[in-house]
Structure formats: structure tokens, C-alpha cells
Design a protein around this ligand. Sequence first.
Ligand code: SF4
Length: 257
Amino acid sequence: MLLPLQVDILYGPVNSRRLGKSLGINLMPGAYKLCSFNCVYCHYGWTKRHTFDASPFAEDLPPLQQVVKRIEIAARSALDFHYLTFSGNGEPTLYPQFAELVDEVVRIRNTYRPEVKIALLSNSTGLMRAEVRESISKIDFPLFKLDAGTEETFRAINRPAKGVSLAEVVAQLSSLRDINIQTMLVDGSPSNIKEGELEAYFQLLARIQPKEVHIYSIDRPVPHAQLLLVPPQKLEDIAQRGEKETGVRIKAFYARR
Ligand code: SF4
């Protein structure tokens, strides 16, 4: 079974393998996934609302003041969490007032929870907007998706809405410092671990020079039946090889049994 959508603005805290206790912030509608990608492995399933422009869906998005109020109430409560994380039913940076909201979340965190960090899980496409790009340095842990080394695999795995190429995404990622990359590795059809594909991916990492890369594979049901899991040992081998070829720290994440 695919994961149910987050119906509310806040969800969790969830126990994240990478962030610890993370209070999720969902800026997308509660009734459907709104995303600029339609990834073959998305645990929320396929979406028909597949766009880089969220304005036609504005009525379904939570108003800024309501989001701010909910985060402030949580920050002032006794709720235990280590991260406030922009994530949820789709791509958070599609939210039209994303940059303004980042400023508000920083203010709330500094006032009530100075020990809490702010994270962003993004598919990288929001970086085409200047105001989103400028807000990234205010986020403690920005984690951007890069799942392919070639345009063909980018289109096959991420199925982007019209108008964005892998080349543009990589150009934007390369212009930022102190970012982290996350990569879903999959085998089967499509695959991003075949020879040639991995080399092209490592070349992009070497160009972007992120602080750290997290690689992982599918660990729950996915909408596209032809995908295969990349086993833990293979993930470790790819991480080791990638570190040698790129000089970038690469960590493999998988369920330890
Ligand atoms: S970017 Fe994230 S939310 Fe959007 S389709 Fe891909 S996995 Fe799903």
C-alpha cells in the first residue's frame, strides 16, 4: 500500500533516520499531491497536479498566517522535536510565499526553540525561482534531490513537468554552497545504477560539490511495478566508489536488520 497523504499542515514528529525527531511542515493541499515531479518511486503515488506553477491551486494551499500560527503553537508547546522540516505532499518550494515563510520559521525558532534546526526536503526545481534560491542559506539542513546523471534518466525517473531540464537543475545546485544531496537509487526499469549512468551521476556530484550525499533505495511500496531495490551491500559499494571518484562524502542509508 502507498502512504496516505498528510492531511494537516503539521505532521509527526516522525522518527527520521537522518534527522531524528522531525516535525513535518506540509505546505501542499491535504487532498492531493502537488508536485513538479511525478517520480516513479513516489510513496504518495501518481499525481495529475503536476506543475511548476502552484498559482492555479492557490485556493487549496494553507494561508501563510495559518501556517505561521500552527508552527508558533507547536514551538511554544512541550512537543519534543529536533528538526522543523519543510516536506509533505509534494514539493514545498512550490508554495508561493515560501521565502517569506522561511523568514517566519527562522524567527519562531530563534524565539522559542534556538536548539531546533530547520530542514528542507526539496526536489531542487524551486531553485529556478530567485527568491527560493536566496532563502536556502537561512535553512540549516537543505537536502536536494538528484536522482540521475543524464537527461534521459532524469525524465524516466523523476518525470518532471514541462520546462525544466537536468542541466538547469544542476546549474542551480552548483551555484549554492553548503547544500546536501539525496539520491534514490533504483534498479529494474528505469535504473540509475547501470554503468555509464553512475559515472555521469558522479561527474555531476563532482561539479556540485555538496557537503554530503545521502543515497538510499526503495523501502516501501512504489507506484511503478518494474522498479527493483538496490541491496544494502550494493549501496555501500556505490558510496565507496563515489567518494573516491568525486571527493564528496557519500553515506548509504538502509534498514539495518
Ligand atoms: S519529488 Fe517527492 S513528492 Fe514529488 S513526485 Fe518525487 S518523490 Fe513524490
